[in-house]
Ligand binder design. Structure first.
Ligand SMILES: Cc1ncc(C[n+]2csc(CCOP(=O)(O)OP(=O)(O)O)c2C)c(N)n1
Length: 376
């Protein structure tokens, strides 16, 4: 194993504000205005997101979803980054970013259609500043870079953006495995060449399905940024405060025209890659056990309790809210109607498309051929 990439240690370069024991230490380069309300809000976000994620997993096991992509363990990496964004920013997720979706204002029930196989997406990206989920590894990173280029050309970047609109930036979410993909390298070269306002946010959860990160990179991932010519920062991905502070800084750099930036959130995928995967086939149980001690929610809970910023009534109320959310999520899923078969051809392009219309007509004609069949 390569030094600095040991399973539970992000190494000396890793930015951390909240230790696994719940001790807060401010960082001079990444200041954060702390308040009890903000901390309670981050805690609530993480608990609710974990709760509906667990429900998604259970729904797949009960045959209600075709697949589910768990985020267990990555709550801090996602909520920290998600809460660092401003409404005018644009985020490009892969397929595991349920926590970021939550921060962008997407109701969790809107995530269900794609996993039940009845929707292409479930929301309009422009309404939320959150693109559709991307299953093709790395593809969204190149799209994000193009979008960020557009923000620059539109005059939305810099100290005094055109047309009185607030400065904007883009963030692209991807995994450690995606860094082995050509699209990601192209995106980084292009972003550097054109000073694109894009934060490359890599959640290094240690595994690309069964491929460990140390087989994919000879150096810690954040170090690769120096080769492209922009800053690379490794943050403790299980520390929501560090993820928030560092992403906020990185987005500000991009909004002011100093981007791009690579942020590597060093974390761990506690569950399977998807519900179709069996991690016991390729990883040791003690690896997950070691990461359990670094749980992103527990350290905030300990800090809140120890400092008196929250009491048991608060924790109980969040748990109750989580149960209610999970029940609503489940009920919505089970009640989802099966759409008519031609629906799959809609919402493919934003404008009418002749080829898609032709395919839809052909498909309907094919189905009509079965109308005379008598069922036995
Ligand atoms: C272009 C492409 N190649 C292969 C796959 C199959 N695939 C799905 S997920 C995955 C691993 C991705 O790992 P990583 O980028 O670390 O993200 P994570 O799932 O761990 O968040 C692969 C190879 C794919 N979806 N797209």
């Amino acid at each position: 194993m390569i030094a600095g990439l040991k399973a539970t240690s992000g190494g000396v370069d890793q930015i951390q504000l909240l230790s696994p024991e719940g001790e807060y230490t401010p960082h001079p380069d990444y200041p954060l205005e702390m308040s009890a309300e903000m901390l309670r809000g981050l805690y609530r976000d993480m608990v609710l997101v974990r709760r509906f994620d667990r429900e998604g997993n259970a729904l797949q096991r009960q045959g209600q979803l075709s697949i589910w992509v768990p985020l267990l363990g990555q709550e801090a990496a996602q909520i920290g980054a998600g809460r660092a964004l401003q409404p005018q920013d644009m985020a490009f997720p892969s397929y595991r970013e349920h926590g970021v979706a939550w921060c962008r204002g997407i109701d969790p029930t809107q995530l269900l259609g794609i996993f039940r196989g009845v929707e292409h997406t479930g929301w309009d990206p422009h309404d939320y500043g959150f693109s559709g989920y991307c299953i093709v590894i790395g593809n969204q990173v190149i799209n994000a870079t193009g979008y960020a280029m557009g923000q620059r050309l539109d005059g939305a970047v810099g100290a005094s953006p055109d047309a009185g609109r607030p400065s904007e930036a883009t963030i692209a979410f991807f995994g450690d495995g995606a860094t082995s993909q050509g699209d990601v390298h192209e995106a980084m070269v292009f972003a550097a060449a054109y000073d694109s306002p894009v934060v490359f946010y890599c959640q290094n959860n240690q595994w690309a399905i069964s491929e460990p990160v140390e087989r994919q990179s000879r150096v810690p991932l954040f170090n690769r940024a120096h080769g492209y010519g922009f800053p690379g920062i490794r943050v403790d991905g299980n520390d929501v405060l560090a993820c928030l502070a560092v992403t906020r800084w990185a987005m500000d750099e991009c909004r002011s025209g100093n981007g791009p930036v690579l942020v590597e959130a060093f974390t761990f995928r506690m569950d399977a890659h998807t519900t179709s995967d069996d991690p016991t086939r390729y990883r040791q149980a003690d690896e997950a056990q070691a990461w359990k001690l670094l749980d992103p929610i527990e350290r905030v809970k300990v800090h809140l309790a120890r400092t008196g910023m929250a009491d048991s009534a608060f924790f109980d109320s969040v748990d109750r809210e989580a149960d209610e959310l999970a029940a609503r999520f489940r009920a919505f899923c089970i009640a989802m109607e099966v759409p008519p078969p031609e629906r799959i051809f809609s919402h493919v392009y934003s404008e009418p498309n002749h080829q898609i219309e032709q395919q839809q007509a052909e498909f309907l004609g094919y189905l009509a051929g079965f109308e005379d069949e008598v069922s036995v």
